[in-house]
Write a protein that binds this ligand. Structure first.
Ligand code: ADP
Length: 393
């Protein structure tokens, strides 16, 4: 019987999922779907085939939450999987804390430990875990695997993982974890097809999505990243502040009378592109806007990205390639152009026409350092990990 795998990436109000069949030990995408608006007045469930053809689009009634949406999706998928054996579900779990440096098969004990990291990733972790509980309720015997966004960064040199705080905090797990690890692993796995020399050497990957970070890869291994203890640090994001002087937090506590919950809301939901522009968290809308505030938000975004490339290049001791990925990295040509142009001093020469096409190599043939667009595929990475974890042979 052909085997099949379910991959789930759950957020607060949406669940993205994909079904893979397994042939010759490799996962092949079969169906992809998304449940949106969960818990809102009208939700929806969409499923497409691997060619992008829409096979299902239905409204979910008001009461429908994560459990109902997953149950409906699983029933629909299983009806079409006659002759297939669903062998497991793989989940994206944002925070694996200090202990998880590899994907793990989920048990009650592991779930309890992962629950302890919810405060470190309040936008993601509770929803990731909720989806695991939901699958366990509707399919109690299905093996489940947690794949962590922090795992690949656990191999960074210790100096890259530390903060200059008294040692007792490090012992308690106050470390730089880095995130978007599944995306970086995927890019590292396909980089040799684009540039073998860079794959063996020093590459910076810019994962510029709604959340955004950069990772320095040396020989495909993460050696430094811009996100830290939480997914707030580093680059400015749609709604998150990115790099900020911790003195600002003290000021907000002491002088503005804000409490922890208000500061969390400010830094995670009201800052970044949204806070800077006062218009939108969405890069596409900012690029389309002719308002000065939109242009200033994009200017800051590019400025911080350029500074982080400089910092990671220093950590790597040089640079062999720059890779753009995720929503902004793959689609926002003006943002890539501005970043590459401000990195001219480093040896990056943009090919404007190639950049406008949103694919492949976007630097001139005589650019000392090449830059590429490589679409990420976190779901495929989760499917590969899940398969390996369930069947290590
Ligand atoms: P998530 O982190 O939610 O997976 P994505 O990787 O989908 O996010 O990235 C979302 C971001 O990509 C948004 O800011 C969106 O505006 C931006 N984006 C997507 N398509 C375009 C485009 N054609 N031009 C500019 N920005 C785009």
């Amino acid at each position: 019987m052909t085997q099949a795998l379910l991959v789930i990436n759950a957020g607060s109000s949406s669940i993205k999922f994909a079904l893979y069949t397994v042939a010759g030990g490799a996962p092949t995408p079969c169906y992809r779907g998304q449940a949106d608006g969960l818990g809102a007045s009208i939700g929806s469930l969409q499923i497409k085939d691997d060619q992008g053809k829409r096979l299902l689009h239905e409204e979910l009634p008001e009461s429908d939450g994560h459990d109902e949406a997953l149950d409906r999706a699983l029933s629909w998928l299983e009806e079409r999987l006659e002759g297939h054996d669903l062998i497991g579900a793989g989940h994206r779990v944002v925070h694996g804390g200090p202990e998880f440096s590899h994907p793990v098969r989920i048990t009650d004990d592991i779930l309890e430990r992962l629950d302890g990291f919810c405060e470190l990733a309040p936008l993601h972790q509770p929803h990731n875990l909720r989806a695991i509980h939901a699958v366990a309720r509707v399919r109690p015997h299905l093996p489940q695997v947690a794949c962590f966004d922090t795992a690949v960064h656990r191999q960074q040199p210790r100096v890259a993982q530390r903060f200059a705080l008294p040692r007792q905090y490090e012992n308690k797990g106050v470390l730089r974890y880095g995130f978007h690890g599944l995306s970086y692993e995927y890019i590292a796995s396909v980089l040799p097809d684009h540039d073998r020399q860079a794959a063996e050497g020093r590459t910076i990957v810019a994962h510029l999505g709604n959340g955004a970070s950069m990772c320095a890869l040396h020989g495909g291994q993460s050696v430094a990243s811009t996100m830290g203890f939480t997914a707030l640090d580093g680059l400015p994001m749609g709604q998150r502040c990115g790099n900020i002087d911790p003195g600002v937090i003290l000021y907000l506590l002491q002088n503005e009378g804000m409490n922890a919950a208000e500061i969390e809301d400010l830094l995670y939901r009201r800052s970044g592109l949204l806070g800077l522009s006062g218009i939108s968290a969405d890069m596409r809308q900012l690029l389309e806007s002719d308002r000065r505030e939109a242009a200033e938000a994009v200017e800051y975004y590019v400025y911080r990205a350029v500074r982080e490339v400089g910092s990671l290049t220093a950590a790597l001791g040089g640079l062999d390639a720059l890779v753009f990925t995720a929503g902004i990295g793959e689609n926002a040509a003006p943002v890539r152009a501005a970043i590459c142009e401000q990195l001219g001093w480093l040896g990056i020469t943009l090919d404007r026409e190639a950049n406008a096409h949103n694919a492949g190599r976007i630097t001139t043939t005589d650019s000392r350092i090449p830059a590429y667009i490589i679409p990420t595929n976190e779901e495929l990475m989760i499917a590969r990990h899940t398969l390996r974890t369930l069947d290590p042979a």
